[in-house]
Design a protein around this ligand. Structure first.
Ligand code: SAM
Length: 257
């Protein structure tokens, strides 16, 4: 954890093995920082788009990676334009790594912008920091079903870490972890499958973390997050007990969006 690549050994090994197998024609990284993960993406992909709000990324690393196009700006502005461009050009987007704005709104926005894409090759979407409660909440509250090509999402593809006392200010914070979303060219037959393979590990860590007071009765708890959770629960109950009403409300909602 002490070099310029902000990922655990398990994440590095996973990224390496995924990319050497997939060899993407086209990949996107949102959040470059000091190009730790970008170096591995660039080594195994034909073309990489590297997005960061910090102009220093392009000036520091452009000459090192000839197959990387740097795009400077806030991802909320740059990512939708890039997705439209890739879709129109017919390039096969096969790999995306999201690791930029870690707020609930930021993570949701980046994921939703990727979900605009309709794949013609399998697309692997890695979301870093799925062990962090805000990022995890954002991944869970994303409306994955809005893209008919999403087949499954695994929140704990690689488990994150509980920061130790030796690491000072961040003691008892929860960071890292890879969530994985898989999009396929064919449309999914049923609902999106949302796995949480290490939910017990996550819940146990949460109880001992600095986030343990993030509850609905805490005035600092994010209200949109609580509201979204309530909305998801209501939708689940409706779908189970009144499927026709669910379908008609869902169709009306999609028409209005
Ligand atoms: C955690 S670092 C990325 C680490 C890198 N992926 C690695 O593993 O070495 C996050 C990066 O995202 C960038 N960032 C944060 N918010 C952003 C936004 N809204 N749009 C674009 N880049 C953003 C920051 O400038 C920073 O370089």
């Amino acid at each position: 954890m002490h070099d310029e690549w902000l990922m655990t050994d398990a994440e590095r090994a996973t990224l390496h093995s995924l990319l050497t197998t997939l060899k993407p024609q086209c990949a996107i990284e949102v959040g470059v920082y000091k190009a730790g993960s970008l170096a591995i993406l660039a080594a195994h992909s034909r073309k990489v788009y590297a997005l960061d709000k910090d102009p220093a990324c392009e000036s520091a690393y452009a000459s090192r990676f000839p197959n990387v196009e740097f795009i400077t700006g806030l991802s909320q502005n740059t990512l939708p334009r890039l997705i439209d461009r890739i879709q129109a050009s017919g390039e096969a987007l096969e790999f995306v790594l999201i690791d930029a704005d870690h707020s609930v709104e930021g993570v949701c926005r980046d994921i939703n912008n990727i979900l605009r894409y309709r794949p013609h090759r399998p697309l692997y979407l890695i979301m870093h920091d799925s062990f962090n409660p805000e990022c995890r909440g954002a991944i869970m509250q994303t409306d994955w079903s809005s893209n008919p090509h999403v087949h499954m999402v695994e929140l704990d593809f690689v488990v994150g870490r509980f920061v130790t006392k030796e690491e000072g200010d961040s003691y008892r914070q929860m960071w890292c972890g890879f969530a994985l979303g898989i999009l396929l060219p064919e449309k999914r037959p049923g609902d999106v499958i949302l796995h949480e393979n290490e939910s017990l590990t996550y819940q146990s860590a949460l109880r001992h973390s600095i986030y343990r007071f993030h509850r609905w009765w805490n005035p600092f708890y994010s209200v949109p997050q609580a509201a979204n959770r309530a909305r998801r629960t209501a939708a689940r109950i409706l779908r189970t007990h009144a499927p026709q009403l669910f379908e008609s409300l869902n169709a009306r909602h999609k028409k209005n969006v």
